[in-house]
Design a protein around this ligand. Structure first.
Ligand code: GDP
Length: 220
């Protein structure tokens, strides 16, 4: 193997290991808030998770952190929409944004979501990256596109993470990656690399941990 390739492989292995180590640390609920005047102090770099309700966001956060019930599905219509903060190993804040896109969401609820999330995205200094979760089986929906525009306008760097990849064939996964990729090219704040994941099979979890660890404070 050429030396350059071997170096790259070593670097990638080191990144995966750094991600494994960070996500093996304790992860604790810090705060949940529905109002932006009650955000926790911005002490750590933050990575946020956004997606349509039922996209598999809670499952993904639980798979990343190796917990069964850290993040719960609480995004049922009518429930208070809140942003939940989880501190990981004293080095990174995981931020669980409320799910969007309920079929029958009343207009007031949609406006509330927009206001809460838009204000967070625009004003939160330590926010480094938002993972935009998209169900592999469905690809981008119009409501996701609206959120992508919101992220672009907020200049909030984001990366598409495909969920439930175990539910479709490899060829269908390739097709959805290609279609999403083509759309991402037109979005200013979008990271070009798409990460396919499955909380069920563990596919892509190590890679996502590594990607998020790049934003964490260095270990002491
Ligand atoms: P949330 O509303 O976005 O937090 O979604 P949940 O994490 O509660 O997941 C919604 C549903 O999808 C649940 O029934 C999960 O068991 C299922 N689910 C989530 N992730 C996966 C996955 O990676 N693979 C499969 N097969 N099912 C999943």
């Amino acid at each position: 193997m050429p030396e350059e390739d071997a170096n790259q492989q070593n670097e990638e292995a080191a990144r995966l290991e750094a991600g494994r180590l960070l996500f093996a640390k304790s992860c604790d609920f810090v705060a949940g808030t529905a109002t932006l005047d009650r955000l926790p102090p911005p002490t750590l770099p933050e990575v946020a998770f956004a997606g349509r309700s039922n996209v598999g966001k809670s499952s993904l956060i639980n798979a990343l952190t190796g917990r069964n019930s850290l993040a719960r599905t609480s995004n049922t219509p009518g429930r208070t929409q809140q942003i939940n903060f989880f501190e990981l190993g004293g080095r990174l804040m995981l931020v669980d944004l409320p799910g969007y896109g309920f079929a029958q969401a009343p207009k007031a609820q949609v406006a509330e979501w927009n206001n809460l999330v838009d204000t967070y995205l625009k004003g939160r200094v330590p926010l480094r990256r938002t993972c935009l979760l998209i169900d592999s089986r469905h690809g981008l929906k119009d409501v996701d596109r609206e959120v992508m525009v919101m992220l672009d306008k907020a200049a909030a760097s984001y990366q598409v993470v495909l969920t439930k990849a175990d539910k479709i064939k490899a060829s269908a996964l390739d097709a959805v990656c290609e279609a999403v990729s083509a759309e991402l090219a037109r979005h200013l704040a979008a990271h070009p690399v798409i990460l396919p994941t499955s909380s069920e099979s563990g596919l892509g979890i190590a890679e996502l941990r590594a990607a998020l660890t790049d934003f964490a404070n260095p270990s002491a």
